[in-house]
Structures are given as structure tokens and as C-alpha cells.
Design a protein around this ligand. Structure first.
Ligand code: F6P
Length: 426
């Protein structure tokens, strides 16, 4: 029986919970045992502190006391709290309020879950099983400890939902797996029987990121929600901007990718925008911007909205900051200008319907990919292209994504966009 664990890693994004829910439910429906790993790779490196080393192959490190509804494949008995899974104990605190929860989960990162444990996940923002940016997992020893913890819990398949950094970690773990298990056997950390049983680790990636920066997929889980949050914020800012006839420079996230800024600018009818993939062609970007904005004012606009991606730069690759843009608008155009950095409001909040659906379809596909994978199959990442859920080799997608960043640095913007989206035409 496949023991499949799901974890979320890196920056959170709306829809990650829907992905976990889909993976858990699909895994159970397909006859697997389902687990979640709390706190991303960090949790896998830590393992279950109180029980480390106590579980042999085939034993289940179940919760003690058992979580309501936590028995795989079974539904919550009617005399138990309906929303009694570990999430209630961990994040939202229903059981916590009743005096459980923290006690149940302290020091436990790898948790077996049942059908009801993920009830209600689809509509909740963030990631209820926690995430972290894990330094230990970047080191080979950290990944070896993670491998040991997987084997101790009898887990032979992992679905990882995260951005390109998290998925690179996933691919590394799988590539190094033979080396890890040999070393663990040699060190006496695992038995020969465990070595034979866990020769292959199956890993499948799901792209959870607000940045929508992964090559080879049209949309990442959480990007649409973040875009929606940005649009709401820009709409709110627009009305006060109009009242005061002010200018606003609004900085949005996206790391090296301008997708959020570009789409927000289109959706809100912004006056001007800066994105890394299309930096201003003129060295004097200040004058080009001012002439456009002045024209809009001359045409009677009472507000000026400039959207700037956090990774924006000029044609010499010097970072353009929101503060710099503000100074230009104030000094050259005499506009009363404010800067708003939207920050983590973009990442938080409940997922929009699209992200729930995307995460659900992709989560289900991830389980199918696990079940059909062979030792020879490269780890896949689940994407969406032209409205169809796709699988492609994980490392290829990650390598392309990293190459996009390099091409932008080399000012090969066409090349970067063509790599990110093969259908791209200028
Ligand atoms: O990758 C997602 C993202 O939100 C980026 O857009 C942003 O640059 C970064 O993460 C912020 O990271 P943190 O939450 O660690 O500050």
C-alpha cells in the first residue's frame, strides 16, 4: 500500500489547502495511506521528535489520542466533533479551545490524516499544515535526515506544493535517494529490509506560488487570488486618488516575474507600469514616463496610478524603486504622490474559485502521477496548459524557470518570455 505524504513549502499561496485536500482525498480514494508533513521541508527534517526511531517499517505513528476523524478511509463518527481533524487542533483552534491540539501535535510533523481531516480546506487561505523556508534542507545532511524520517514512517511517495526553490529541493531529494539510502544503511540507521523496501521514492510537484513564474505552466496555484487581491487594493486606492487628485505608486510582489504587475495594470487600467521583462528602453525612463502621465492629466484624469513590480529595473539593470518613481512624479510633474507597498496582503486571504479548482484538479492528478510512476519515470510537475492539466518533467520546468531569470539578467527579454511560454509571440 502506497504511503503518500503531502507538504507545502516556501512562500504560501492561496489554494495550497485545496491542493492538500485533493491529494489527501484522492490518495485515500485510490487506496493509499495519506500523510501530511507540517511546516514544509523543515517538518520532514525534524520528523516526529517524541517518536523518532520508535517506528519500524509498516507501523503507523498515529496520533495519541487519535484525532477525531483521523482514521483513513473512515468518516467522522456522528458522536465526535464534525470538524475535529488536526487542522482544527492546529490552525484554527476549535479543539485547541477545548484544551487539545497543541498537546497533540507538539513535536509531531509527520501526521497520518483521514478523509475528514481536510474537510473545509478548499476555501481557506494560506496553508493550514504550515510552511517554512528551510535552511537545513539545502544541505545534504538535512536531506538525508528527511530521507530517514520518510523511511521511518514508511512513506514512499511525496507530493510537494511550492515554488521553484521548493521543487528544486524535491528533485534533489529524489536524485540523491540511492545515495541517501546506501549511507543510511551503512550507518545502521535503517535495516536491510527497509533499504530493500524503500529503494525508490516517488515525488510529484505542484506549483504553489503567487508569482506565476514557473516555465511550462500557464498558471500557478495562488497567482489568480493574489491578482484579485491586488485589483481590489488598486480599486480602493483609485477612489481616494481621484478624490485628492493624487498620484499613487503601487508596488506589487512577483520576485523576478512581472506577471502580477502586468495583469493588475491591465485589469485596473493603470496609467503606467514597470516589469522586469520589459524594462524601459530609454535610459531616461523618467522623461518617457512623465510624458505619458502628463498627457493623461492633460486629458482630464484626476488620478495617476503607476504599478511597479518589485523586481523592476531600468535598461542597465539598475533596480527601479517605488520611492524613486514617487520622487520623479513629485518633482517633475508636481503631483501629490504616495507610495503603497501591497506586501503580504497579496498572499493572504481565501482563494478565489479558480485557485480552488486548479488546486483540486492538479492535486488529484498528482496522486495519479504518483501511482503511475516507475523508477525510470522522471519526477513530474503538474501544470496547466491551454486549460488542460499537464505533467512534465519537474527538473526541466525548474531548470527553464531558472534560465528565464538568467536571460532577463542578460537582457534577452524575448528569449526569456519564449522560454517561459513556448506559445509566446511578441
Ligand atoms: O515567491 C512569493 C513571494 O511572495 C514573492 O512574490 C516575494 O518576493 C517573496 O515571496 C516574499 O517572501 P517572504 O514572504 O519570505 O518575505
Amino acid at each position: 500500500k502506497t504511503r503518500l505524504a503531502c507538504l507545502t513549502s516556501g512562500g504560501d499561496s492561496a489554494g495550497m489547502n485545496a491542493a492538500v485536500r485533493a491529494v489527501v482525498k484522492m490518495a485515500i480514494a485510490r487506496g493509499c495511506e495519506a500523510y501530511v508533513v507540517r511546516e514544509g521541508w523543515e517538518g520532514l527534517v525534524r520528523g516526529n521528535e517524541e517518536s523518532a526511531g520508535q517506528h519500524g517499517v509498516g507501523e503507523t505513528p498515529l496520533h495519541s489520542p487519535p484525532l477525531a476523524g483521523g482514521v483513513p478511509g473512515s468518516h467522522t463518527p456522528s458522536n465526535q466533533p464534525k470538524r475535529g481533524g488536526f487542522v482544527a487542533t492546529y490552525g484554527e483552534g476549535e479543539l485547541l479551545k477545548e484544551g487539545e491540539g497543541e498537546q497533540t501535535l507538539r513535536g509531531r510533523y509527520i501526521i497520518r490524516v483521514g478523509w475528514d481531516d481536510v474537510r473545509g480546506f478548499a476555501s481557506i487561505g494560506g496553508t493550514l499544515i504550515g510552511t517554512a523556508r528551510c535552511a537545513a534542507f539545502r544541505e545534504i545532511e538535512g536531506r538525508r535526515t528527511a530521507a530517514l524520517n520518510l523511511i521511518r514512517h514508511g512513506i514512499d511517495a511525496l507530493v510537494v506544493c511550492g515554488g521553484d526553490g521548493s521543487l528544486t529541493g524535491a528533485d534533489k531529494l529524489r536524485a540523491e535517494w540511492p545515495e541517501h539510502i546506501s549511507a543510511l544503511l551503512e550507518r545502521g540507521d535503517i535495516t536491510q529490509e527497509q533499504y530493500n523496501t524503500y529503494k525508490n521514492l516517488k515525488i510529484v510537484g505542484l506549483v504553489g506560488s503567487i508569482d506565476n513564474d514557473m516555465a511550462g505552466t500557464d498558471m500557478t496555484i495562488g497567482a489568480t487570488t493574489a491578482l484579485h487581491r491586488i485589483c481590489e487594493a488598486v480599486d480602493s486606492i483609485s477612489s481616494t486618488a481621484s478624490s485628492h487628485s493624487r498620484a499613487f505608486v503601487i508596488e506589487v510582489m512577483g520576485r523576478h516575474c512581472g506577471w502580477l504587475a502586468l495583469m493588475a495594470a491591465i485589469a485596473t487600467g493603470a496609467d503606467y507600469m514597470f516589469i522586469p521583462e520589459r524594462p524601459p528602453t530609454a535610459a531616461d525612463w523618467q522623461s518617457s514616463m512623465c510624458s505619458v502621465l502628463q498627457r493623461h492629466r492633460d486629458e482630464g484624469k484626476r488620478k495617476t496610478i503607476v504599478i511597479i513590480a518589485e523586481g523592476a529595473h531600468d535598461c542597465n539593470l539598475n533596480h527601479i524603486t517605488a520611492a524613486e518613481v514617487k520622487d520623479v512624479l513629485t518633482e517633475r510633474l508636481g503631483l501629490d504622490t504616495r507610495v503603497t507597498t501591497l506586501g503580504h496582503t497579496q498572499r493572504g486571504g481565501n482563494p478565489v474559485a479558480y485557485d480552488r479548482i486548479l488546486a483540486t484538479l492538479q492535486g488529484a492528478e498528482a496522486v495519479e502521477a504518483v501511482l503511475s510512476s516507475t523508477p525510470e519515470t522522471p519526477s513530474p510537475v503538474i501544470g496547466i496548459q491551454e486549460n488542460k492539466i499537464t505533467r512534465q518533467p519537474l527538473m526541466e520546468a525548474v531548470a527553464k524557470t531558472q534560465e528565464v531569470a538568467k536571460r532577463i539578467e542578460a537582457r534577452d527579454y524575448e528569449g526569456a518570455l519564449a522560454l517561459r511560454d513556448p506559445e509566446f509571440e511578441d
